[in-house]
Design a protein around this ligand. Structure first.
Ligand code: ADP
Ligand code: MG
Ligand code: ZN
Length: 606
């Protein structure tokens, strides 16, 4: 409905523009007007060269070549005078009523035509007179195949099976198996849920109805509910078929939240959906697939048996998954032979399929900007940095003293990460400001981690603290540049105590303070006393302080190296792990520190 109003407004605006333009054009081409008296005396004085008569309107040109127009009350009386003064006379018939009507009809037809074109373009699903407006036809541009979906094999296989159910439903019915009615795809944004929907459309070879949850959400009460009925009406007629409701949370959110109008409307829509899903029996073979990023806010009624009782989780891809998704998306760009997708995938833990698609595109653009023949490793590196950290701010106003502090800060992070065991591998250290960060020490995990050891977590805190401690050792001052590091370190220490039960003092218990508030219901998960809260605070502080002391000891032991590394950073701005290793090797040769040997990393765990 909103679309309609918009289209209407657009039409009015266009017509208005047209009228304005026409008037401007008329003004441009209409000569200035003369009074009849002026004209009459001009003719008498022999000033007028020619006139053109149309009805009682007169256009003319005088002997100086000036154009004018005027209006005669009595043409027949004027004619003898014109001829007497040798004025060239031409004439045409005046516009009849019929002419005027004809122009008006033409204008109306073109406006209607325009309106039709616009409604085609922007009223997707709004043209109520058309049958099957939800159905996707094979061969339309949005269609994908299962080959376009990578890295989420289990989910893909499940869905393939369901498509197979539909194709051979007689066989399954004979065996007495009950075909699932509803399948809910859930998972973080960008993991390929919508993509899967399009792939099913491309492969199912049964009618496929695709609709977004927000298409049901309308300004006017009852429209959403009637759309649901309309959709299922069509679907039942063309069974076996698939109905896909994308972003179902738009209608499927928990009922009983607020009490304003839009909530009521959504409740009606949701109720209609529940009724429809209960309404067809399982041998009617309409399968409803829905997708959501927010399964937590869905109304529990949707998840009951007989509705969306099968739930598939589409998770973020792991290393192998990322490689496969990279393969899919690099198919359409020209990549260099030396490109190693596994190495790229290792550097982007936590990227979703959509992030990877974006990365590949960004890398291709980068390569184009550097006028390369093919996309190379360095383009991916640049694209990744741009996505993860924002654009380099090469010209950010940073004075020399600040640059020195940043260099020592980053050197501190890097050295701690280099010398402690069970830390992520160093990848890159830079003092070029990016996004909001002034400098960055980047680490990448050696392999996918699903669980973290206590040692890893404590060392992670130490790496975070290393920046500030280096600043303190060298300049003996504290700066706000470490604020994010401190916050992150505190967060880890806090979760260590409260979520992961790793503190000896507080034991293996979960202390959750979070309150989740979803549409009215307050959901407090676990609570604890004031005394416990105090204990938690003390424990978190102890962990941070212990880590701080140990890190300070480590960095003081390698004081020279901090200076060496910071100097190299000040000159080179960005160094990678190999370059860092060279600096460390030079330092250990001159300083003779046995523990700088990488195989003999300092043991400093409690
Ligand atoms: P969701 O609906 O889960 O939020 P989408 O399906 O809209 O995510 O994904 C957006 C885009 O990201 C897709 O069009 C596709 O280009 C890319 N993408 C996401 N997941 C995958 C995947 N598993 N394989 C290949 N491409 C993917
Ligand atoms: Mg989606
Ligand atoms: Zn830092």
């Amino acid at each position: 409905m909103k679309n309609r109003v918009q289209t209407g407004l657009l039409l009015i605006f266009l017509t208005f523009l047209g009228v304005l333009g026409y008037n401007a054009w008329l003004l441009e081409t209409t000569p200035p007007e003369r009074t009849y008296t002026e004209f009459y005396s001009d003719v008498k004085n022999g000033q007028v060269a020619s006139v053109h008569l149309k009805g009682s309107k007169i256009r003319g040109e005088d002997k100086d070549g000036l154009q004018f127009r005027t209006f005669s009350p009595d043409i027949p009386a004027l004619l003898p005078l014109l001829f007497a003064h040798k004025v060239v006379v031409s004439s045409e018939e005046p516009a009849t009523l019929f002419d005027k009507l004809l122009t008006m009809i033409l204008v109306l037809i073109s406006i209607a035509f325009l309106g039709f074109i616009f409604s085609k373009g922007s009223l997707r699903g709004g043209n109520l007179w058309k049958e099957n407006r939800f159905q996707i036809k094979a061969g339309s541009a949005d269609i994908k195949t299962f080959a376009d979906v990578a890295g989420i094999d289990e989910v893909r296989e499940e869905l393939k099976e369901i498509v197979d159910f539909l194709r051979n439903h007689e066989k399954y019915n004979l065996l007495g198996g009950r075909i699932p009615k509803g399948v809910l795809l859930q998972g973080p944004p960008g993991t390929g849920k919508t993509l899967l929907a399009r792939a099913i459309a491309g492969e199912a070879s049964v009618p496929f109805y695709l609709i977004g949850g927000s298409d049901f959400v309308e300004m006017f009460a009852g429209v959403g509910a009637s759309r649901v009925r309309e959709l299922f009406g069509q679907a039942k007629k063309s069974a076996p078929c698939i109905v896909f409701i994308d972003e179902i949370d738009a209608i499927g959110a928990r009922r009983g939240g607020g009490n304003n109008g839009s909530h009521e409307e959504r409740e009606q829509t949701l109720n209609a959906l529940l009724v429809e899903m209960d309404g067809f029996s399982s041998n009617e073979t309409v399968i409803v697939i829905a997708a959501t990023n927010r399964p937590d806010i869905l109304d529990p009624a949707l998840l009951r048996p007989g509705r969306f009782d099968r739930q598939l989780t589409v998770s973020l891809p792991n290393l192998l998954g990322r490689v496969k998704i990279l393969e899919v998306h690099t198919r359409i760009i020209t990549i260099s032979k030396a490109l190693n997708l596994t190495v790229i995938a290792q550097g982007i833990p936590g990227f979703s399929g959509a992030d990877i698609a974006n990365l590949v595109n960004e890398a291709a653009l980068t390569a184009a900007r550097h006028k390369k023949q093919s996309v190379e490793m360095s383009d991916f590196e640049e694209a990744k940095d741009k996505i993860l950290m924002g654009l380099e701010r090469k010209n950010a106003a940073i004075n020399e003293q600040e640059r020195r502090v940043i260099a020592y800060h980053e050197a501190g992070h890097a050295i701690v990460a280099r010398f402690l065991p069970e830390t992520d591998t160093l990848h890159k250290i830079t003092i070029i400001p990016r996004g909001i960060a002034l400098g960055l020490t980047q680490q990448v995990p050696v392999e996918e981690r699903y669980t973290y050891s206590l040692v890893y977590l404590l060392n992670r805190i130490k790496v975070l603290l290393g920046g500030r401690i280096a600043e303190k050792i060298v300049f003996n001052h504290l700066s706000t540049g470490a604020a994010n590091d401190i916050a992150a370190a505190t967060d880890i220490a806090h979760r260590l105590v409260c979520e992961w039960g790793m503190s000896g003092v507080l034991g293996s218990m979960v202390y959750r303070q979070t309150q989740h508030q979803f549409l009215g219901d307050v959901d407090i998960k676990g609570h604890f006393s004031e005394a416990t809260a105090r204990e938690i605070d003390l424990e978190v502080r102890r962990i941070i302080n212990d880590c701080y002391d140990e890190t300070e000891k480590l960095l003081r032991n390698h004081n020279r190296l901090i200076h060496d590394l910071a100097e190299v950073l000040l000159v080179n701005e960005t160094i990678d792990s190999e370059e860092m290793e060279i600096v460390v090797q030079c330092y250990s040769k001159t300083e003779k520190h046995p523990e700088t040997d990488a195989n003999n990393r300092e043991e400093s765990m409690t």
